[in-house]
Write a protein that binds this ligand. Structure first.
Ligand code: ADP
Ligand code: MG
Length: 475
């Protein structure tokens, strides 16, 4: 990127009170914004919207939950011509879940704009309905790189009329190995276009990517200062590595987060620490790169559906993990890099929810801790172990238990089938049933601990869609 051109901006307090009506947005968008209850712009919106609305390229770095989707969404909707039935905007996201979230958010923003078609093209779902929808035409495509590329290859998607390309969570897309796919997609876009890049961190690869694909981008950075509002960050120091575990236990029992993501720096550490936690009576699973895809999938499901309260992961393994409303992140090992630290703790305290980020350090971590502190707008808050109040319980168990059924997508099972069977025929209260995940060959149902035996008995004897099923509780 051309640094002479880039207006390097940082948010300050005066940014916080600006109304959307100060922007040159079309009436239907402004009206809808107030009906959504957005009173003022978030700092990243204040910084980026005026530039994006002028059609310029923007690189925006801001933490999760800062309102990036509405920022690029409002801009691209403002530029859209609904009468022109061609793909005018493409938003690339790292995961299907994120693409789904973005398309839903865009649909909400476009509520009062008639006839705007937004289509989701993500991997992991059948091609056929996507092909049908593409034949009917779409204005905006939200998708994952692999699947978008597949449609380009089949020539079922054309980007010739594209005006805006958005790379959302660009850092995560690169982490997930989408660089080549992204390059290929960009080469299918017209040269004259607006490119918007959103990212929570700003590593070198992103700088390279932006140099290659963007035209004199303006950089807008909303620094971590915004973080303090919703993340309570606290550091604890112990004298040796061996003293970390007792402190970790004390922290878990004091703060009692319903879900905690713990970071270690090596695969081996994740497995060892998780085993130790289980031995101590906690509910914990490890997530690392040594695991098979199927095992990894199961671990993520159990953590996300709250039948396992602790996940111990490496940074690499935690990539692509998309868990909403994570109450706590604990750094059992301090990250080697300040950006990685910010990325880790940015997983908690998303929009409106208060997050807790605890870091356990030993004296030799000092240089890394200093680096983190330099990038905070205030001194580090050190916690005191003696102030941790341990409840009478020595450990805690999650509210939910996962039951695994040997039927899945291949049997055309849908969540409603399982929910219906358990609540109607099995007579379970609806609120006893949590998340239902349907994989290809099997399904996972989170069931409240005090109802799980009843559900289990029912499933062992009852039928699903006329079929007997095998069930097992995951422990
Ligand atoms: P990001 O992509 O930066 O992680 P999102 O775009 O998903 O964050 O926004 C997080 C939440 O903030 C969403 O629920 C969104 O509806 C809400 N939001 C966005 N802009 C505003 C605003 N100006 N005022 C209030 N809430 C907002
Ligand atoms: Mg986002």
């Amino acid at each position: 990127m051309n640094h002479a051109d880039s207006g390097h901006k940082t948010a300050n307090q005066t940014d916080l009170e600006q109304p959307f009506s100060s922007l040159p947005l079309r009436e239907s968008l402004l009206k809808n914004i107030s009906s959504l209850g957005y009173e003022t712009m978030t700092p990243i919106q204040v910084q980026s919207l005026p530039i994006m609305l002028k059609g310029e390229d923007v690189i925006a770095k801001a933490k999760t939950g800062s309102g990036k989707t509405a920022a690029f969404g409002l801009s691209l909707l403002n530029h859209l011509n609904a009468e022109n039935f061609a793909v005018q905007a493409l938003i690339l996201c790292p995961t299907r879940e994120l693409a789904e979230q973005v398309s839903q958010a865009l649909r909400r923003l476009a509520r009062l704009m008639p006839n705007v078609k937004i289509l989701n093209l993500s991997g992991g779902i059948p091609m056929k309905p996507q092909l049908d929808s593409l034949r009917h035409g779409a204005h905006i495509i939200v998708g994952t790189p692999g699947r978008v590329l597949k449609h380009l290859g089949k020539e079922t998607l054309s980007l010739h009329k594209l005006q805006t390309l958005v790379l959302d969570e660009a850092d995560r897309m690169l982490d997930m190995g989408f660089l080549d796919d992204i390059k290929e997609i960009v080469s299918a876009c017209p040269k004259r276009r607006q490119t918007l890049l959103f990212s929570a961190t700003y590593p070198d690869e992103i700088k390279k990517l932006s140099k290659q694909f963007m035209q004199h981008p303006k950089e807008v950075f909303v620094e971590a200062s915004h973080t303090q509002h919703d993340i309570e960050q606290r550091f604890y120091e112990v004298s040796t590595q061996a003293n970390k575990f007792p402190l970790l236990k004390a922290l878990l029992l004091h703060y009692k987060p319903s879900s905690t993501l713990i970071f270690c720096n090596t695969k081996q550490q994740t497995a060892e620490l998780s085993d130790k936690l289980v031995e101590a009576g906690f509910s914990s699973l490890a997530l690392n790169g040594d695991m098979e895809q199927a095992e990894r999938h199961q671990v993520i499901i159990r953590f996300a559906n709250q039948s396992c309260s602790i996940l111990v992961a490496t940074d690499v393994a935690a990539r692509g993990l998309d868990i909403k409303e994570l109450p706590a992140v604990i750094n059992y090992e301090i990250a080697f890099d300040h950006d990685v630290h910010i990325h880790r703790i940015g997983r908690t305290g998303r929009a409106g929810n208060k997050g807790l980020a605890l870091s356990i350090t030993i004296p030799s971590d000092a240089p890394r801790v200093c680096l983190i502190e330099e990038n905070l707008s205030h001194p580090i808050v050190w916690g005191n172990m003696s102030e941790l109040t341990n409840s009478d319980s020595t450990t805690f168990q999650p509210d939910m238990v996962t039951v695994c059924l040997d039927v899945g997508k291949k049997d055309k099972i849908r969540p409603g089938d399982i929910l219906g069977a358990l609540t109607k025929d099995g007579n379970l209260p609806g609120d006893a049933i949590g998340k239902i995940d349907i994989a290809v060959l099997c399904s996972y149902v989170a069931i409240h601990r005090n109802q799980v035996d009843k559900a289990y008995r029912y499933l062992q004897n009852g039928k699903l869609k006329g079929r007997k099923v095998n069930v097992k509780k995951l422990k």
